[in-house]
Design a protein around this ligand. Structure first.
Ligand SMILES: [Fe+2]
Length: 200
């Protein structure tokens, strides 16, 4: 465990009560939030109005145009991505109250990530870092649905729908994307309001 991971583990110990450790990842302990009981992730169909959905699609299409043909930003997941794009940061701020309702406790936003998958895109089985205690995984646009497995159960998102789940509590993955398919997603991550770790 390096120093940064040790500091995170200390933060976790300070802010998470209860004996709900679920495993080890790269030497870092992963905990369920004491109030996080999302063993059944939820599909959210009305996260944004039609007008906002349209803006999101247009913004993302422009990003794809800029990125396409370049090497992937993330070679592990084989995807293009943009971290905390100001367009999405503004939307993220507007989701905090809704996310608190969905996840059953007061949350604050951490970071958001636009992820654009093309050929060879994959999402290996993993749990997320502490900044992703709660996730809204929003499907912007796609060729055809690309299942996400959370706790080994498949969920299929249509464009404009989001999956609410805990990225730290629930292992999740996607199989390699079918050739010719594409999927543009944005992840809005939240943490309990009381958590004082870095939000980036
Ligand atoms: Fe993840």
């Amino acid at each position: 465990m390096n120093e940064q991971q040790a500091l995170r583990a200390i933060e976790l110990d300070r802010h998470f009560i209860g004996d709900d450790e679920i495993g080890l990842q790269d030497g870092m302990r992963i905990y369920k939030s004491p109030r996080m009981k999302l063993s059944h992730p939820a599909v959210i169909r009305d996260l944004f109005s039609d007008e906002i959905k349209h803006f999101i699609r247009s913004y993302t299409a422009a990003q794809v145009k800029i990125k396409y043909g370049r090497p992937y930003d993330d070679h592990l997941f084989k995807r293009y991505c943009v971290h905390n794009a100001s367009f999405f940061v503004d939307l993220h701020k507007g989701l905090v109250d809704r996310a608190s309702e969905i996840f059953g406790e007061k949350v604050k936003k951490s970071y958001c990530l636009l992820s654009m998958y093309r050929d060879k895109g994959v999402c290996p089985l993993h749990t997320d870092r502490i900044q992703c205690v709660y996730t809204l995984d929003y499907c912007i646009s796609q060729g055809e649905p690309w299942d996400i497995y959370v706790d080994d159960k498949p969920y299929q998102l249509q464009e404009g729908e989001a999956l609410a789940f805990s990225g730290t509590a629930s292992p999740h993955y996607r199989s390699p994307i079918k050739e010719g398919n594409f999927c543009n997603l944005v992840y809005f991550h939240f943490v309990p309001e009381r958590l004082t770790c870095s939000l980036d």
